[in-house]
Design a protein around this ligand. Structure first.
Ligand code: UDP
Ligand code: MG
Length: 196
């Protein structure tokens, strides 16, 4: 059976991680955060990619797809499951091409969940997360500036690419987590109905 995949995209701080954990509690999906997998790999003793990952993350740049895709593929296999929320990927053309090369035959892309949120609100949330002790080396104004530039220049074109294929499900992410989740549920319930 070919695993189902939902890509979850949106600006840094738009609520991807928060919503993915809610979704994985209510629906039968495994939440895989590309950023979390990279941060784990960065911490792994003996990793040959640790320094490169840290530098990319701090500068808001995107890690080469070979690294990210192999972490995702391994996590998918290890889970033994067949439905995945892939959070924060693909973020640029290198990610998209690399995924298509290796994974598009092995998976079925269901749709893209896209969280729309203003830059000001996203920045406020990430700074709040940093102040609350996220421990993330990129939840500071300087990194956030770079992360936003990368998002606008590199990730938005990927969302547009999928939008042309009718695969993007837009969510207003400027409201409370509960209200955002109400919109998210509509998307997942519609998908269930169509599949049934
Ligand atoms: N990152 C990456 N490739 C990915 C996902 C994340 O290179 O596929 C890096 C990138 O530097 C990004 C950082 O990890 O800015 C943090 O990503 P994450 O999705 O955790 O941050 P968020 O957007 O959720 O705040
Ligand atoms: Mg995240």
């Amino acid at each position: 059976m070919v695993p189902d995949v939902v890509f979850v995209l949106g600006a840094p701080g738009s609520g991807k991680g928060t919503q993915c954990s809610l979704i994985s509690k209510e629906y039968d999906y495994v939440h895989l955060s590309a950023g979390d997998l990279l941060r784990e790999e960065r911490q792994r003793p003996g990793s040959e990619y640790g320094e490169m990952i840290e530098e990319k993350i701090r500068n808001g740049e995107i890690v080469p797809v070979e690294v990210t895709c192999s972490l995702l593929h391994k996590a998918m296999q290890l889970s033994g499951k067949t439905r995945f929320l892939i959070d924060g990927f693909p973020r640029n053309k290198d990610n998209l091409d690399g995924w298509e090369r290796v994974m598009s035959d092995k998976t079925k892309l269901q749709f893209i969940l896209f969280f729309e949120c203003s830059r000001d609100l996203c920045t406020e949330r990430c700074l709040g997360r940093g102040a609350a002790g996220s421990g993330r080396s990129d939840d500071n104004l300087e990194s956030l500036h770079k992360r936003f530039n990368t998002y606008l220049n590199e990730t938005m074109p990927i969302i547009q690419h999928y939008d042309q294929q009718g695969l993007v499900r837009r969510i207003d992410a400027e409201v409370s987590p509960e209200e955002v989740f109400d919109s998210v549920k509509k998307v997942f319930n519609d998908t269930k109905r169509i599949a049934a």
